[in-house]
Write a protein that binds this ligand. Sequence first.
Ligand code: ACO
Length: 328
Amino acid sequence: MRAAITGLGTAVPAQLLTNADLEARVETSDSWIVERTGIRERHIAKPDETTASLAVEAGTAAIKHAGIPPDAVDLLIVATATPEQPIPHTGAFVGEGLGLRCGSFDLQAGCAGFVYMLVVGSSMLTAGHLQHVLLIGSETLSRVIDPADRATCILFGDAAAAIVLSRSDDDGPGVLGWDLGCDGSAASLLEVRAGGSRRPATPETIAAGDQYLKMQGQEVFRRAVRAVVESAFATLEHAGVGAADVSWFVPHQANIRIIESAASRIGVAPQRTIVNIDRYGNTSAASIPLALAEAEEDGRLKPGDLVLMSGFGAGMTWGSALVEWGSL
Ligand code: ACO
């Protein structure tokens, strides 16, 4: 038995933040941002749009696309680094919004969250008890970005994207191989220091700006390329295929230079690499399913294609999965 992607849905806030908007806010330039990151604009949630509300919108669309009734969903996983609130988990709000009473939980693995969730969801489904699993990557990173920090405010955007995974035959479409990893010695490279058990939020943490994401960009960059490449090769080996067999490479959209460098080292041609970072920036756990949904919508993804997905993020986590695409 395999777990196949049978539905996709997205939710993107209407409000845009362009490089010109950022030029007016911090010391930066459109040319610097485009050259160093490939990003031209991102979407930013309005105050009434939240991680859960975007997730409900994306989940609703994915369920509809899969052509199943909502109550056919047997399990809901929400991958997010920007939860609705500390307690309860975001999946509680999302399940309520979707009218579900199945089990749900959140998965926190930074920008590798989607790949982690795909592996967990697929494994639970193929363990034999489930027919359909709903996986939603949803982020409102704008809520944890310091608007005055030019190193981070240019990078991140808000969005949600969802997939339905359904049971398929053992020679049908589905997840063929995967690799997951985390090097916690690099935890301080990308972190929000306050608001948890180690450093609860206080007036002092707020004054220090510790509710905001802090990042050591250059070191994240260096490790990201290595992690994506090694993880991609481990996944191809697990699935028993070579880089030449990959139809599409769908990397986490963090920086165009990371994407191009990783694709070239793996041996996937640029025209086989799916990129939409220019229009969304880094949407963390939503970025891979958002790119998948666009590529499915415009007809690039075809049944039988082998799709290699790779993500990396805070932790530092990384993960890759190879999926044979089905007929959606
Ligand atoms: N505009 C103009 N100049 C800037 C900006 C900006 N927005 N930001 C930094 N600079 C300056 C720096 O101050 C520095 O100036 P200096 O030389 O006078 O000191 C110079 O530009 C170069 O800075 P670097 O940090 O070396 O720039 P780099 O080429 O590394 O690009 C970037 C920075 C884009 C952040 C890059 O390092 C990167 O993308 N890293 C990976 C980040 C990432 O992927 N994070 C997400 C991980 S996933 C997750 O889990 C959330």
